[in-house]
Ligand binder design. Structure first.
Ligand SMILES: Cc1ncc(C[n+]2csc(CCOP(=O)(O)OP(=O)(O)O)c2C)c(N)n1
Length: 375
C-alpha cells in the first residue's frame, strides 16, 4: 500500500477578485465602501510614491531604493486589519506597509538617504524599522508576540519576509517557536517571484511556500497577493485567531515584483519579458479599479482628482525631506548600546575633535546639536 505522505496534501489558495474586477460573492468579506476606497487610494498613492522615489534616486537626490510596484495589495492591506497598538515589522521593501500604518513618507525618504532620523518612529508607536538583513527580524517578531502573550494584552505581531528569505534558517526558528508557544503572530511570505535574480522555482522544492506551516503546527494559506479582498480576508482571519489565543498563521501572498530588485539592479538582465507582461494583466490596482467602477464607486473624474492630490502630497513630502537640516555626524554613535564600548567612546571623541578643531569649527557650529542617547 503506498504511504500517504504530506506531499499529497494540498494547500488552500484564496482568490476573491478576478483580474477583470469581479468578486466571488461567496468568499467576499464584509467591507464598507469606505474601506475599499481607502485600500484603493493607499495603493495608488504608494505606486506614485514609488515612481517618484525612483526618479529622485536617478537624479542623485536619494540613495539606493527598493521598489514596491506590483506589491501594493500585499503591502497596504494587512495594516488595515490591525490596531495601532499591534506590532508591525516589514522588510526593506515595506514602504507601503508603513504608509498604510500612517507613517509620514518624508521619513521613509530620509531613511533611503541614509539618514538615521528616518529610523525614528513617534513615541508610543509599535512599529519597527525596515529589516535590511534578510530574516533576522523573524525571531524578533516571535519575541514581540511572546511579550504580548505574557502580558495578556490581546496584541498581535505581524511581519513579512520575501520568498528568498523563506529559505533561511531564521524562518524555521521563528515558526518553530511561534507554533510551539501558540503566539499571537502573523507571518506573511511576500512571494514576489524573485529574490534578486533567483526565481521562486529555484528557491525551494516545495510546491507552495505556505505548506511549510504544517511542519510547525500552524495553518498555512496561499493567497492571491494582488487581490486586495483575498489579502484582507486571510490576514483579518489570522489576526482574529491570534487575538483569541489560537496561535500563529503563515500566509503566502503570491504577488510580483514588477520593477527591479532595487535602483542598483537591472531586472532586464535576468527576467523574461513575457513573465512581466503576464503579471501586468494581474495588476492589483487596475483590478480593484475595475471592481470599484462596476459598483459605481469610481470614475475618471475621481481618478484624476486622486492623481492630482497624490502629486501634491508627494511634492510636499519631498520638500519636507529635502528641507531637513543636515544631521550632526555624531548621531551615528547614538541609540545603539546601553553601555558604549570603549572603542566607540574613543571614535566619537575623535570625530568631535575633527569637527571642532581641524578646520571644522565652522562646521560644528552650523550643525544641529547631536541627538539620541550615547551612554
Ligand atoms: C542576512 C542577509 N544576507 C544577504 C542579504 C543581501 N540580500 C538583500 S535582498 C536579498 C534577496 C531577498 O529576496 P527575497 O527574500 O525574495 O525578498 P525581495 O527582495 O524579493 O522582497 C539578499 C540576499 C541581506 N540583506 N541580508
Amino acid at each position: 500500500m503506498p504511504l500517504k505522505t504530506v506531499a499529497t496534501l494540498k494547500v488552500q489558495r484564496l482568490e476573491i477578485l478576478s483580474p477583470d474586477g469581479r468578486a466571488d460573492a461567496a468568499l467576499m468579506p464584509k467591507l464598507s465602501a469606505e474601506l475599499i476606497l481607502k485600500m484603493y487610494r493607499l495603493m495608488m498613492q504608494i505606486r506614485a510614491f514609488d515612481e517618484r522615489a525612483i526618479k529622485l534616486q536617478r537624479q542623485g537626490r536619494l540613495g539606493t531604493y527598493p521598489m514596491i510596484t506590483g506589491q501594493e495589495a500585499t503591502q497596504c492591506v494587512p495594516p488595515l486589519c490591525l490596531k495601532p497598538s499591534d506590532w508591525v515589522v516589514p522588510t526593506y521593501r515595506g514602504g507601503g506597509v508603513y504608509f498604510a500604518r500612517g507613517m509620514e513618507m518624508r521619513y521613509a525618504l530620509l531613511y533611503w538617504a541614509g539618514d538615521d532620523r528616518g529610523t525614528r518612529f513617534p513615541d508610543g508607536s509599535n512599529d519597527m524599522i525596515f529589516s535590511i538583513p534578510v530574516g533576522t527580524h523573524l525571531t524578533q517578531v516571535a519575541g514581540l508576540a511572546w511579550g504580548e502573550k505574557l502580558k495578556k494584552t490581546g496584541g498581535v505581531a505581524l511581519t513579512y519576509c520575501g520568498d528568498g528569505t523563506s529559505s533561511k534558517g531564521d524562518l524555521h526558528e521563528a515558526l518553530t517557536f511561534a507554533g510551539q508557544f501558540k503566539l499571537p503572530a502573523v507571518y506573511i511570505i511576500e512571494n514576489n517571484g524573485w529574490a534578486i535574480s533567483v526565481p521562486r522555482r529555484r528557491q525551494a522544492a516545495s510546491e507552495t511556500l505556505a505548506q511549510k506551516a504544517w511542519g510547525y503546527g500552524m495553518p498555512g494559506l496561499q493567497v492571491d497577493g494582488n487581490d486586495a479582498f483575498a489579502v484582507y480576508k486571510a490576514v483579518s482571519e489570522a489576526v482574529a485567531r491570534a487575538r483569541k489565543g489560537q496561535g500563529p498563521t503563515l500566509i503566502e501572498c503570491e504577488t510580483y515584483r514588477m520593477s527591479h530588485h532595487t535602483t542598483a539592479d537591472d531586472a532586464g538582465r535576468y527576467r523574461p519579458q513575457a513573465e512581466l507582461e503576464a503579471w501586468k494583466k494581474k495588476d492589483p490596482i487596475s483590478r480593484l479599479r475595475k471592481y470599484l467602477e462596476s459598483k459605481k464607486l469610481w470614475d475618471d473624474k475621481k481618478e484624476k482628482q486622486l492623481a492630482d492630490e497624490t502629486a501634491l502630497w508627494i511634492d510636499g513630502e519631498v520638500k519636507a525631506y529635502e528641507s531637513f537640516p543636515a544631521p550632526n555626524p555624531l548621531n551615528m554613535f547614538a541609540d545603539n548600546y546601553a553601555h558604549a564600548p570603549w572603542h566607540l567612546i574613543e571614535q566619537r571623541a575623535e570625530l568631535e575633535d575633527v569637527l571642532r578643531f581641524k578646520g571644522g569649527a565652522q562646521v560644528l557650529t552650523q550643525l544641529p546639536p547631536a541627538e539620541g542617547r550615547f551612554p
